[in-house]
Design a protein around this ligand. Structure first.
Ligand SMILES: O=P(O)(O)OC[C@@H](O)[C@H]1O[C@@H](OP(=O)(O)O)[C@@H](O)[C@@H](O)[C@@H]1O
Ligand SMILES: [Mg+2]
Ligand SMILES: [Zn+2]
Length: 182
């Protein structure tokens, strides 16, 4: 049997994007995210987070701050019966750091984090789903050959051109999952 995953963007999909969130106190889970992820897990999807964290390159918070928040978030998901298999992050931004960091392959819309997940867990890209709140999420998924690209409106404002990059658009991960699991 092929192995499949749902690749989840973090800010705007799992939690409200208050802008460069790095403390549990400011991490506001989006309504229905645990139910949705429990459901996807029960259907045999691995739950893999792929998140741009340019707040690290920008000096807003550190790798250690990010790691602490991630451990806390993973613990919450585990206790809700929806364990996260892996959280990949890109700490870079094109305006900061050395040439390699500025031009990295992991910052979405580049597909590096998704490709790492496909390889690390032996996944079939065509059977996987990406859920994101920005065009960059859809473009990264497309470049990695992900089978289903889903945009949600619980994060950034989306233009008609952005909406065109997705296979389907839903209010939030809750509605997206209901549709996927029908
Ligand atoms: O949505 P994901 O990939 O999980 O994470 C995005 C965040 O790291 C931040 O990404 C920033 O974009 P820039 O990185 O500055 O372009 C802005 O969109 C922030 O509001 C947001 O918090
Ligand atoms: Mg996002
Ligand atoms: Zn990167």
């Amino acid at each position: 049997m092929s192995r499949k995953a749902v690749f989840l963007d973090r800010d705007g999909v799992i939690n409200v994007d208050h802008g460069y969130v790095y403390r549990p106190g400011e991490f506001e889970f989006i309504e229905g995210v645990f139910d949705a992820c429990r459901h996807l897990h029960a259907l045999g999807y691995l739950l893999i987070v792929v998140t741009n964290q340019s707040g690290i390159a920008r000096g807003k918070y550190t790798e250690q701050d990010f790691r602490k928040l991630t451990e806390w978030m993973k613990d919450r998901f585990a206790r809700e019966g929806a364990p996260l298999t892996h959280v990949y992050h890109c700490p870079h931004h094109p305006d900061y750091g050395n040439a390699d960091e500025r031009d990295c392959y992991c910052r979405k819309p580049m597909p590096g984090m998704i490709i790492a997940g496909l390889n690390d867990y032996g996944l079939t890209a065509e059977d996987c789903i990406m859920i994101g709140d920005k065009r960059a999420d859809m473009e990264a998924a497309s470049a990695a050959g992900i089978g289903k690209k889903v945009l949600v409106m619980s994060g950034h404002a989306l233009s008609p051109a952005d909406l065109d990059t997705a296979d389907s658009v839903w209010q939030s991960i809750r509605e997206a999952t209901r549709a996927i699991c029908q």
